[in-house]
Design a protein around this ligand. Structure first.
Ligand code: HEC
Ligand code: HEC
Length: 305
C-alpha cells in the first residue's frame, strides 16, 4: 500500500471507531426527567408504547470493551493502513516458520528414506502411507484415484510406460514433467495415407484388414514413424513414443481415434512437480508409482530399442 493510501485508511478506520463510540455514548443515558425513559410517541393497538430506553449497562460495556480490544489488536497486529503492528507479525513469516518446523520434524524420517532404494521404499508401509496421500492430493486429479488413468492420461498400473519405469526415469518424470508431442500427418500423407496407416496399426493387433492397404501403411510407417515409435512399433522411451502393438492406447484404439491421432497429432503434458513437492516427496511418489505395478523393477519397460 502506498503511504498516501495507507494514511487515508488509518484516518478512515479511526474516524469510524470514534464515530461509533460517539453514537454509543450519546445514546447511553435515559432522557432526563422520566425514570423509565420517554416513549418514541408510537402507540400500537391502543396501549402498546415504544419506550426509548438506553442500552442495558452490560451491553453498553461490552461495546466499549470490544472497541478497546479492537484498538489494542490494531496496535499489535497489521490492520491499520501500512502500519505493520508492534509485534511485526505477518502471514508469510508464520507460514515460513511452520514450514521450517515441519521440515525439521520430518528430517530424521526423510533421512532414513533417503538411504533406501526406491524398490525398498515401495515396500515400506510408513513411507507408502504418506505417498498415498501425496498421490491423492497431487496426482489423482489426472491419473485417477486408482491410478488407472483416462483418455490422454496414462494408466500407471499397466504394463506400458511411455518414458520408462526405471527409478531415475520416474523421478525425472515426476520432478521435471514431460511433454509428449506427436506431429499430425494429414497434410503430408492425405486422408488415404492416414487410412493406410490405421489399417497397418490394426493389422499389428491381428485385426482382419485389407492386406494391400495395410502394406501401403507399413511402407509409410517405415518412412515416417520409426524414429519415434521404433522399427518394430514397440515404442521409444527417449521420446515418449508409445508402443503401438500392445493394445494399450492412451488416446483410444478404435479406428476413429487412431485416425485423429495420426491425422491431427497429439500433444500431452505432464506438469513438473519438483518445485512444488521437493526432492524427498518426489522420491516417495516415484517409489509409490513403482509399487503400483505388480512386480517392482521387473523390467517391463524394456523395449526392443
Ligand atoms: C495435469 C494433469 C497431471 C497431473 C496433476 C499429474 N500428471 Fe502425470 N501425466 C500426465 C500426462 C498427460 C502424462 C502423459 C504425458 C505424455 O503423454 O507425454 C503423464 C505422465 C506421467 C508419468 C509417465 C507415465 C509413463 O507411461 O511413462 C508418470 C510416472 C506420472 N505421470 C506420474 C505422476 C505423478 C506421480 C503425479 C503426481 C505428483 C502426476 N503424474 C501428476 C498428467 C498429469
Ligand atoms: C516426432 C516423434 C513422432 C513421430 C515421427 C510419430 N509419432 Fe506417433 N506419437 C509420438 C508421441 C510422443 C506420442 C504420444 C503422444 C502423447 O504423449 O500423448 C505419439 C502417439 C501416437 C499415437 C497414439 C497412441 C496412443 O496410445 O493413443 C498413434 C496412433 C501414433 N502416434 C501413430 C503414429 C504414426 C502412424 C506415425 C507415422 C506416420 C507417428 N505416430 C509418427 C511421437 C511421434
Amino acid at each position: 500500500m502506498t503511504s498516501g493510501w495507507g494514511w487515508f485508511v488509518v484516518v478512515l478506520v479511526l474516524a469510524n471507531v470514534a464515530g461509533a463510540m460517539w453514537l454509543l455514548f450519546a445514546h447511553s443515558h435515559a432522557p432526563a426527567g422520566e425514570a423509565g425513559g420517554e416513549t418514541t410517541g408510537h402507540v400500537w393497538d391502543g396501549d402498546l408504547r415504544d419506550a426509548n430506553r438506553p442500552l442495558p449497562r452490560w451491553w453498553f460495556w461490552l461495546f466499549v470493551l470490544s472497541t478497546a480490544w479492537g484498538l489494542f489488536y490494531l496496535i499489535l497486529y497489521p490492520g491499520l493502513g501500512g502500519f505493520p503492528g508492534v509485534l511485526r507479525w505477518s502471514q508469510e513469516a508464520q507460514h515460513a516458520a511452520e514450514v521450517r518446523d515441519a521440515t525439521e520434524r520430518q528430517a530424521p524420517r526423510y533421512a532414513r528414506f533417503a538411504g533406501m532404494t526406491l524398490v525398498d521404499l515401495s515396500r515400506e508401509a510408513d513411507a507408502m502411507g504418506e505417498a498415498r496421500s501425496l498421490y491423492a492430493n497431487n496426482c489423482a486429479g489426472c491419473h485417477g484415484s486408482d491410478a488407472r488413468g483416462a483418455v490422454g492420461f496414462p494408466d500407471l498400473t499397466d504394463a506400458e510406460w511411455l518414458y520408462g519405469q526405471e527409478p531415475d526415469t520416474l523421478v525425472a518424470t515426476i520432478s521435471e514433467g514431460r511433454m509428449g508431442v506427436m506431429p499430425g500427418w494429414e497434410a503430408a500423407l492425405g486422408a488415404d495415407g492416414v487410412a493406410q496407416l490405421v489399417a497397418f496399426l490394426q493389422s499389428l493387433e491381428g485385426a482382419d484388414v485389407d492386406a494391400a492397404t495395410a502394406t501401403a501403411g507399413r511402407d509409410h510407417y517405415a518412412l515416417f514413424c520409426v524414429a519415434c515409435h521404433g522399427v518394430d512399433a514397440r515404442g521409444n522411451a527417449a521420446l515418449g513414443g508409445p508402443d503401438l502393438t500392445n493394445g494399450i492406447w492412451l488416446h483410444g484404439g478404435d479406428a476413429a481415434s487412431l485416425r485423429v491421432s495420426i491425422a491431427a497429432g497429439r500433444q500431452n503434458q505432464m506438469p513438473p512437480h519438483g518445485d512444488l513437492l521437493g526432492p524427498d516427496r518426489v522420491r516417495l511418489l516415484a517409489a509409490y508409482v513403482l509399487g503400483l505395478g505388480a512386480g517392482a523393477g521387473d523390467g517391463r519397460a524394456a523395449r526392443g530399442n
